[in-house]
Design a protein around this ligand. Structure first.
Ligand code: NOJ
Length: 468
């Protein structure tokens, strides 16, 4: 199989020596072992068991069996020359009841994962919350209950006290817009609630929890720790230059790109550009404004696609409609998302323009395509092209002076893609979900090649000397 580099000029060195390269995952999507060693039920365990919620009735009881195969998968990360591995902690493995009693077996498991990473010279980057709230806490109102700030703080404290001696890179939460929007407004993700009422309270509680979590990290971690949190984002463009389409695009942009980052930067909610949010005011209690912002060491930017928007009288709250990519005659991924590399450039520019963001790490970017195994190999030219084209755009932004200093591929192995089940394959490594057999795809081999550091002459000399 021939590995092609479409951008022959693209190489690791161009991004500079301090640029962080990695691969991202999330506990629920890979671990499996859903009820092993004392783990409690999460909202996603509960949601996937409900009829009609997940495509093809897929579930994540075993997922990629990372719980048992973490050594094999970390070995693969090392083999692919990937220096950083991002994964999340399952709240109910540590605290099966959400709060209170600690499950030592859960802590032991993450200790094994972290220690194995370090042994293999792979740096662990930990996300504290990647969407798997304990079901017992959902029954008490979940993110709509203001008490969640205390519950989340307890979980965060436990994570830092257990792993903070070895983990230096932390992300408080993953993509708040997606888990709150899909989970509490559209009802298509766990916990499956819909409507504006719980959504507005949820937004505010999530903002306060992100800040509370970040402050705990700052207080308990050594000074050299890097504290971040991640946001999804998509370039939003109006369908036409008619003023009402442009105004519709501004509202959608406020909702999907600005809703969480702006309060956290101390700018407040973008209510002016999205008046439907004004109901949030009643959840903001005296003193909250002080607790809504944090000076993060880095912001994780996660981008996959762009959205084209037009005015719509019939759509409540936003009066805007997203024109589906499949109706726009553009290249699509298996998620039916448009392949549009300039989107990542545009979003880096947008985030870099916020004066308070010190450092941007692309904590996710990648694509799903219908890969097939042939003669024991997986040839995935579309993913390869996608990664190279998006990376070229990251480099363009960097060369124009944006403070972007890292890039993590989503994802290591084909895994459980939430409501879409196993059908979209995002991995650099193909997984046969019946046998758990892993095959490094062509894109994975290319990434390994791309990341391979040339051994410099002086290093060789040093090595030779040390053997003398
Ligand atoms: C966003 C999420 O963080 C991750 O869980 C998901 O699988 C990917 N992007 C792809 O949709």
């Amino acid at each position: 199989m021939k590995i092609t580099n479409q951008h022959t000029a693209l190489n690791r060195e161009l991004f500079g020596p301090g640029f962080e390269w990695g691969v991202s995952t999330a506990a629920f999507q890979i671990e499996g072992a859903h009820d092993i060693d004392g783990k409690g039920e999460s909202v996603w365990d509960n949601f996937t068991a409900r009829k009609g919620k997940i495509l093809n009735a897929d579930h994540a009881l075993t997922a990629c069996d990372f719980y048992n195969r973490y050594e094999e998968d970390i070995d693969l990360i090392k083999k692919l020359n990937i220096p950083n591995f991002r994964f999340s902690i399952s709240w109910t493995r540590l605290l099966p009841n959400g709060t209170g009693e600690i499950n030592q077996a859960g802590i032991d498991y993450y200790n094994r994962v972290i220690d194995y990473c370090l042994k293999q010279d792979v740096t662990p980057w930990v996300t504290i919350y990647h969407w798997d709230l304990p079901q017992v806490l959902e029954q008490k109102g979940g993110w709509a209950n203001r008490e969640v700030i205390t519950w989340f703080s307890e979980f965060t404290t436990l994570c830092v006290k257990s792993f903070g001696d070895r983990v230096k890179h932390w992300m408080v939460m993953n993509e708040p817009v997606v888990f709150t929007g899909a989970g509490y407004f559209f009802g298509i993700h766990a916990p499956g609630r819909s409507g504006l009422r719980s959504f507005t309270s949820v937004i505010h509680h999530v903002v306060l929890s992100i800040v509370a979590g970040a402050r705990i990290l700052r207080e308990l971690l050594p000074a050299d720790a890097q504290i971040g949190t991640t946001f999804s984002c998509s370039q939003v463009e109006p369908l036409t230059d008619k003023p009402r389409d442009i105004a519709a695009a501004v509202r959608v942009d406020a909702l999907i790109n600005r809703l969480y980052i702006e309060p956290i930067l101390g700018m407040g909610y973008p209510v002016k550009d999205l008046p439907a949010l004004k109901g949030i005011q009643k959840y903001i209690l005296p003193g909250d404004e002080e607790n809504m912002h944090f000076d993060f060491d880095f912001i994780g930017v996660q981008n996959y696609t762009r959205e084209i928007v037009k005015y719509s009288f019939f759509t409540p709250y936003v009066s805007a409609r997203i024109i589906k990519a499949e109706n726009r005659r553009v290249e699509l991924t298996a998620m039916r998302w448009e392949v549009h590399p300039p989107s990542i450039y545009h979003m880096i520019k947008k985030f870099a323009a916020y004066p308070k963001i010190k450092n941007i790490i692309i904590t996710e970017n990648g694509s799903a395509f219908p890969d097939e195994v042939a003669d024991g190999e997986v040839n995935d030219p579309k993913r390869l092209q996608y990664l190279q084209d998006y990376l070229a755009q990251v480099l363009k932004a960097k060369n124009e002076g944006c403070n972007v200093n890292g890039y993590f591929v989503w994802t290591l192995t084909d895994n459980f893609e939430w409501a879409e089940g196993y059908h979209p394959r995002f991995g650099l490594i193909h997984v046969d979900h019946n046998t758990q057999k892993r095959i490094v795809k062509m894109s994975g081999k290319w990434f390994a090649e791309f990341l391979k550091k040339e051994v410099k002459q002086e290093e060789l000399t040093l090595e030779a000397k040390s053997k003398m």
